[in-house]
Design a protein around this ligand. Structure first.
Ligand code: SF4
Length: 335
């Protein structure tokens, strides 16, 4: 059960001390706008004028730098994502963690793993569950379950994965199962599809341990269907995402050239947000491939024509070349 969340105010204070802003643009991860009053108050106490963006930030890839200059702010304060690498633009990341009653979570996880006869696991998570994850790892080891240590992604914590980067899971060696701590089905499904290894999602809120295989294979079937339908189309929109960390002109160019070589008609499109409504402005286009984020086609079910992510776009090219598509998500880093 979530008790509360904890905002890393020390990171906020360090940011203000280091960059000495007069005006700060605050961006929130989806679901964290409820922290607005606390963050605004903290900034005002530090003598900084806050401007709150109504547009969510979806990750360390989504910096809002153009918005920062449009509103004449000196920094962006990104609430809800974690980054500990070299400074990116004038963006400060302030992590937010969910707090739990660890004793309850520990016994639920231990009971679930013992019931499945699992004795060696890899544990992976996202930044908002990091403190809980460290507590759970300690408790698992003290209870005789061996935990493989992953190598972290540069700029991120040891157990942390991103929806487009599952590299840590590739560094743990053989395990009976990998356990994703958190309630993001997208990340758990991505972890399974990326590694094709037994993946359990431990949701600390409901304290349930779920084998994600069935849901992941359903997502894979939907992905293969999108690719297959797209392969029959002639008019393609290749979408270049404009968010700073999602800007992939080389990949857009590669897809475009290869599709043209297969006789397809290609329209290049740029978009900050890719939604069913934004694609409705292109009624003549029969299928789209976006190079912004693998999450878009997987989690947005409202698209009325096939929309493929970049890994699926590569799968489409394999299919057009007469090859087996396989699992387009079987890779550590998707971008
Ligand atoms: S999965 Fe998408 S939103 Fe998340 S970090 Fe990667 S590109 Fe950004």
């Amino acid at each position: 059960m979530i008790l509360s969340y904890s905002i890393d105010f020390s990171a906020l204070e360090k940011c203000v001390k280091r960059l000495n802003p007069k005006v700060a643009l605050i961006t929130f991860a989806p679901g964290l706008f409820g922290a607005r009053a606390q963050v605004v108050e903290a900034l005002e106490r530090l003598g900084v004028k806050p401007i709150v963006s109504a547009i969510p930030s979806y990750g360390t890839c989504d910096l809002h730098l153009s918005e920062m200059s449009a509103v004449q702010a000196d920094v962006v304060i990104n609430i809800g994502h974690h980054w500990q690498g070299p400074e990116i633009g004038r963006v400060c990341f302030v992590n937010v963690e969910f707090m739990f009653n660890v004793a309850n979570e520990t016994s639920a996880l231990l009971e679930g793993l013992r019931g499945l006869n699992i004795s060696r696991v890899a544990v992976l998570t996202i930044s908002s569950y990091m403190s809980l994850t460290k507590e759970l790892v300690k408790a698992l080891e003290e209870s005789g379950i061996s935990v493989a240590r992953p190598r972290g992604i540069a700029g991120h914590w040891e157990y942390e994965v991103l929806g487009c980067n599952y590299l840590p899971a590739y560094t743990t060696g053989p395990v009976d199962a990998q356990v994703f701590i958190g309630n993001s089905r997208f990340h758990a499904i991505g972890l399974y599809l990326s590694t094709e290894r037994k993946t359990l999602m431990f949701d600390p809120e409901s304290m349930s341990l779920l084998d994600i295989k069935d849901e992941a294979e359903k997502a894979l079937r939907a992905s293969l269907l999108r690719i297959s339908v797209a392969s029959t189309k002639n008019k393609f929109g290749i979408v270049l995402g404009l968010k700073e960390g999602q800007l992939n002109p080389e990949k857009t160019r590669l897809l475009s050239e290869r599709l043209i070589a297969h006789g397809k008609n290609v329209q290049l499109i740029s978009a900050l947000e890719l939604t069913p409504e934004s694609l409705d402005r292109f009624p003549d286009i029969e299928a789209f491939v976006e190079t912004a984020c693998p999450r878009i086609p997987m989690t947005d079910t409202g698209f009325r024509r096939p929309v493929l992510s970049y890994p699926e776009g590569l799968g489409l090219l394999r299919l057009l070349n007469g090859k087996d598509v396989g699992n387009p998500y079987r890779m550590a880093v998707m971008y």
